[in-house]
Ligand binder design. Structure first.
Ligand code: NAD
Length: 491
């Protein structure tokens, strides 16, 4: 990677090369693609496009590294390396936050306070957690004892989306390394920067060559497909769209790879009349529009109990209008730019569709005045739609929410569950019994009551139905990133 000293916050970024076997490597085919800053539409760098050749090199390096110094490290040594990665991320947090915002268009303040510290914490957390990872032992009457041992799965392919690039990459890479695996990372094509710096950081922290590899590129007919098809890749952990997950599953089936999936969502946010309304609105602003609504956990379907429906709407619309959309590097900005022109058009097409479906836009629905460059969209609130509308059923992944009234608990549970997705849900109520009752009946991997996005990394994270397969977090991550062998000894 060619690093440059950048004088201005907004000018040039970097040219990204692959990172294979401990060193940066240019594109083998000569293919490159442009990296565009979504806040301006300007090209901020070029990225090497990898394909089968680079993936072959990276997987071979990762396979060799499994039996090298990495394998011989003690648990204590591995913990020290992981902690050091976390420390180095924090040491470079301003730089990483700047790169994350240049790549994604998200507010710099968000990168600096959420994405980057959380990326560091992922390493610190899994380093600490590693100390307590155990196995099982059973005595079979007087006949035998059984105990199990853990070993790494092997070479793991990590395929990542663009919305929380470093946060989600480290959420996978930290437990992957803690468990002793080696990794081939395929960052999202829109956001190559922080993954490239992370490779550099890993090396500096003492990760042996070949243990962490990064190959840039696209999905189909590119680095992504080559990684999922490679026979020497033992497991794939993928975060991205449900449709992509289906393609990857078919490719991975050829060599029966272990899979972990964190996919799309269309998450309900249910607000009962007895909720603390101001608190619910404050948090709903975040769960609707944080990171431009480009968070898989955003609650894009808001259901409000009828007695407070009008009051909720009035306050929610007023607060939404106060959100500042604009330059990610302006400290006043609440909502930055969407990731790409293509995605912007897609989100706009959903807004048009909602209108055709009878929806009324209470605020937003258009590019903010005065922001002619970049992919900016005003936070958008839509009413007047029903459960059959596509705007209510399909993931938009932008700053767009629908609000619908409801009358009965049963009715709202049925509506919340009327989806192929099952990632997360939020419930607002002060009725203790109702909170437990409804939470247990919502078909989602994560249910928040009177809060949103509050995470304890020991808890299971993931979705049911078409929102994912498996769980990560705490012990769940170790279940995925290790293989167990049961040893039975006859007494
Ligand atoms: P995407 O599926 O388009 O791309 C994700 C990654 O997969 C990218 O790196 C891409 O290059 C790669 N890819 C695409 N096609 C591939 C193929 N055929 N083979 C191998 N790799 C391929 O998703 P995205 O647009 O980057 O991210 C947005 C989606 O991610 C949304 O649906 C969102 O809900 C989901 N997401 C889920 C979670 C979660 O934890 N459940 C978290 C963040 C994002």
């Amino acid at each position: 990677m060619k690093t440059e000293v950048v004088a201005s916050e907004k000018v040039k970024a970097f040219d990204c090369q692959h990172f294979i076997n401990g060193r940066f490597l240019p594109s083998q085919s000569g293919k490159m693609f442009q990296n565009i800053n979504p806040a301006t539409g300007e090209v901020i760098g070029t990225v090497c496009e990898g394909g089968k050749e680079e993936i072959d090199l990276a997987v071979a390096a990762a396979k060799r590294a499994l039996s090298g110094p990495w394998k011989r490290m003690t648990t204590g040594e591995r913990i020290a390396v992981l902690r050091r990665i976390g420390d180095l991320i924090l040491e470079r947090k301003e730089e990483l936050a700047r790169l994350e915002s240049l790549d994604t268009g998200k507010p710099y303040s968000l990168s600096l306070t959420l994405d980057i510290p959380r990326a560091a914490y992922n390493f610190h957390f899994f380093a600490d957690y590693l100390r307590s990872v155990g196995t099982e032992a059973y005595q079979t009457d007087e006949v035998a004892i059984n105990y199990s041992i853990r070993r790494p799965v092997g070479v793991v392919g990590l395929i990542n989306p663009w919305n929380l690039p470093l946060l989600l990459l480290t959420w996978k890479l930290a437990p992957c390394l803690a468990a002793g695996n080696t990794a081939v990372i395929k960052p999202a094509e829109w956001t190559p920067l922080t993954a490239t710096v992370l490779a550099e950081i890993c090396k500096e922290a003492g990760v042996p060559d070949g243990v962490v590899n990064v190959v840039h590129g696209f999905g189909p007919d590119s680095a992504g497909a080559a990684l999922t098809e490679h026979p020497d890749v033992d497991a794939i952990t993928f975060t991205g769209e449900t449709t992509t997950g289906k393609v990857i599953m078919a490719a991975a089936a050829k060599s029966l790879k272990k899979l972990s999936y964190e996919l799309g969502g269309k998450n309900p946010n249910i607000i009962f009349a007895d909720a603390d309304l101001d608190e619910a609105i404050e948090t709903t602003l975040k769960s609707s529009f944080m990171n431009q609504g480009e968070v898989c956990l955003c609650g894009s379907r808001i259901y409000v109990e009828r007695p407070i429906y009008e009051q909720f709407l009035q306050k929610f619309v007023a607060k939404t209008k106060e959100l500042v959309v604009g330059d990610p590097f302006d400290p006043k900005t609440d909502v930055g730019a969407l990731i790409s022109e293509e995605h912007y058009e897609r989100v706009m097409s959903y807004i048009e569709l909602a209108k055709e479906e009878g929806g009324r836009i209470l605020t937003g629905g258009k590019r903010p005045d005065g922001l002619d460059q970049g992919y900016y969209l005003e936070p958008t609130i839509i009413v007047g739609v029903n459960r059959n509308c596509r705007i209510v059923r399909e993931e938009v992944f932008g700053p767009v929410v629908t609000v619908m009234p409801f009358d009965e608990e049963e009715e709202v549970i049925a509506q919340a569950n009327d989806t192929h997705y099952g990632l997360s849900a939020t419930i607002w109520t002060n009725d203790l019994r109702r909170a437990h009752r409804v939470a247990a009946r919502i078909e989602a991997g994560i249910v928040w009551v009177n809060t949103w996005f509050l995470r304890d990394l020991r808890t299971p994270f993931g979705g049911m139905k078409q929102s994912g397969i498996g769980r990560e977090g705490g012990m769940h991550s170790f279940e995925f990133y290790t293989e167990l062998t049961n040893i039975c000894i006859k007494l």
